[in-house]
Design a protein around this ligand. Structure first.
Ligand code: ZN
Length: 229
């Protein structure tokens, strides 16, 4: 027997072995489950449930589902001013002239913009960092929209910057870094009141608490002095 045919026997034996040990009756099904299981918070059981649900839908519905995600990824824009997710060059909030453009609230992501907007307590504008400084995850200041925040402040039209990041160690590090970067411009820097317990992410805070924490914000240097005591 040639090496080639031995190899072929080995490969097909390997395939049979894999098929026998895989709980999935179809590789197509398994591949789809693998993709869904890569999503945050989705285990393999939930992934299978979602895939089976999609399989039961008609082709048009599934195509619409897939196309919506591809379209989102291909066509989504980020606001040229605040970097929030937007359909247009400038987002609706930044384009709204009735809002106070001298008041800028710094947040981690679009989720926090949505949470703060729901409180109806904030009439300023935002600056979306796109994350927070996290050395463990390899995220440094240059990976975030911090230089663009500094640029906005350096133009001189901003009176106050409100820091509304998570009350975590990474959030605190990012707050302090931004404070230091903005200090030379003499802009007022404040931090939302921590009605939210340490470690809670602000997107989970209820609307009343979150709304109140923006109203009851304190100057950052005072809160920093308290922290370092
Ligand atoms: Zn914007």
């Amino acid at each position: 027997m040639s090496d080639k045919s031995i190899n072929r026997i080995f490969v097909s034996a390997h395939e049979i072995y894999n098929a026998m040990n895989s709980p999935y009756p179809s590789t197509l099904l398994e591949n789809a489950v693998n993709e869904f299981a890569k999503l945050p918070g989705i285990g393999r059981k939930s992934a299978l449930r979602l895939v089976l649900h999609l399989l039961r839908q008609d082709k048009e519905k599934v195509a619409n589902f897939a196309n919506t995600i591809i379209k989102l990824k291909n066509e989504v824009k980020y606001c040229s001013s605040c970097h929030n997710i937007s359909d247009t060059e400038m987002c609706g909030i930044c384009a709204d002239r009735s809002r106070d453009h001298s008041l800028v609230c710094v947040v981690e992501n679009v989720k926090e913009v949505m949470a703060i907007e729901k409180t109806i307590q904030f009439r300023g504008v935002y600056h979306v960092l796109g994350g927070i400084i996290s050395p463990i995850d390899g995220i440094g200041p240059s990976d975030l929209e911090i230089a663009s925040l500094e640029e906005r402040v350096s133009n001189g039209n901003i009176k106050e910057v409100i820091l509304a990041l998570s009350a975590t160690m990474e959030g605190d590090t990012t707050n302090f870094y931004i404070f230091r970067r903005l200090q030379p411009y003499g802009v007022k820097v404040s931090i939302i009141a921590r009605g939210v317990s340490i470690g809670d992410e602000i997107e989970y805070a209820d609307e009343v608490t979150l709304g109140r924490s923006i109203i009851n914000r304190t100057p950052f240097d005072e809160s920093y002095k308290l922290l370092s005591k």
